[in-house]
Design a protein around this ligand. Sequence first.
Ligand code: PEP
Ligand code: MG
Length: 328
Amino acid sequence: EREQLKALAGLPAITRDGTSLTLNANLELPREMEGARDAGAAGVGLLRTEFMYMNRDDLPGEEEQYQELRDLIIAMDGRPVTARTLDVGGEKLAGALADRFATPANPALGLRAIRLGLKEPKLLETQLAAMLRAGAHGPIRILVPMISNPSEMRKVRELMRAVARRLLRRGHAIADPLPPLGAMIEIPGAALAADSLASVSDFFAIGTNDLIQYTLAIDRGDEQVAYLYDPLHPAVLRLVQFTVEAAGRAGIPVSVCGEMAGDPRYAALLLGLGVRELSMAPGNLPLVKRRVRGLDLREATRRAGMIMSQTDGGRIAALLDDFNEALG
Ligand code: PEP
Ligand code: MG
């Protein structure tokens, strides 16, 4: 079984009826690249750069971040790397930053992620500079966490352009053209306004971990309410579906990079909803790839349609079980 899964790394992620899918890896640190490569990832769908800020007393500077990203990009050898800007706050605290900012009364709803980056543009500029410079060595995409509003995307894009001009003046090589700039869809309001966000985004990445947390008002780290944390809640599925459709209408790519994408049972449903790109912990890639290779996409689309016409979570789960048994 182990050997079988290992052999999958070299095989294409293609459905039984011939559609190619993109299965990417989520990384916490750039130097974890080997896990992604060994598992046969098509690219890095999510690099959680905040981990470069954790377990230390100082902040990583532009040069350090540039070098780490550059090494990752070179190691990925032409496969795209999606670097997310700092996503701290809530359950993710970074040593040197925790000291500088008061913990909000409600960290999940407070000054976190891109809100922090826009309040402290120096933080964001350092990251954007490192990313733009690393992008001179291979394909990079820049992803912005916790977007709730198109104006946030516009501000980040302006900042990226200003940083690019400054780097060029300083004589640095940078990504040319400038990298695609994407919005994470992980707030219900962002999903419901996905049409307006699509007009200012080059791609979407749906973060189901936070999307579920905010949609159902369930702290993702709270054991006492974990039983209510349900990826199959119709509200969650409808938000995912709407986002995927909005991306389709706008002609921009959309991926799913929450834990849901790395579970073969849910992956089948996500593909049926029109998602063609999934990003997950490297360890989940073989199982999801095996699922994908056994899947008939037309059938998956039909089954997803049936599931989406249901209003009851239990019924949805039962239909999904049938689906996975029939096509396992
Ligand atoms: C998510 O929210 O689903 C996500 C991928 O981001 P993180 O888990 O880092 O918050
Ligand atoms: Mg998130």
